[in-house]
Write a protein that binds this ligand. Structure first.
Ligand code: FES
Ligand code: FES
Length: 137
């Protein structure tokens, strides 16, 4: 099954490859692996803490062309979304956009999982960094 043109485009010219400082409190990092094939994807978001808008996103994927294309597309879709909007990105939308065949659906699941993991990590960081000091009544 040949890759679709959109997969090849993202594969040959991946958007937003790279990484942010994992210790930055405005950065959320998701690291996920696919048990089906052992491919690994790391996706990071950089959030404006005042607006909740994802200002930048980066990825590094050690995996197949479809996984690289899925994560590249995911970073494009994440930019400009709020952290709540980002939660609604579905792997099925990635499948549709990239015309992934059934055997490659799990590559898009990996991207959705990576998004969710990055968001979760971001929220966890806010809980610890923004936790208001206990007020004495
Ligand atoms: Fe070989 Fe995904 S199965 S790269
Ligand atoms: Fe496993 Fe693509 S073949 S992520």
């Amino acid at each position: 099954m040949p890759y679709s043109e959109k997969v090849l485009d993202h594969y040959n010219n991946p958007r937003n490859v790279g990484s942010f400082d994992i210790a930055d409190p405005s950065v959320g990092t998701g690291l996920v692996g696919a048990p089906e094939c052992g491919d690994v994807m790391r996706l990071q978001i950089k959030v404006n803490p005042d607006t909740g808008v994802i200002e930048d996103a980066k990825f590094k994927t050690f995996g197949c062309g479809s996984a690289i294309a899925s994560s590249s597309l995911a970073t494009e879709w994440l930019k400009g979304k709020t952290v709540d909007e980002a939660l609604t990105i579905k792997n099925t939308e990635i499948v549709e956009e990239l015309a992934l065949p059934p055997v490659k659906v799990h590559c898009s699941v990996l991207a959705e999982d990576a998004i969710k993991a990055a968001l979760k990590n971001y929220h966890e960081k806010q809980d610890t960094t923004d936790a208001p000091a206990e007020k004495s009544a």
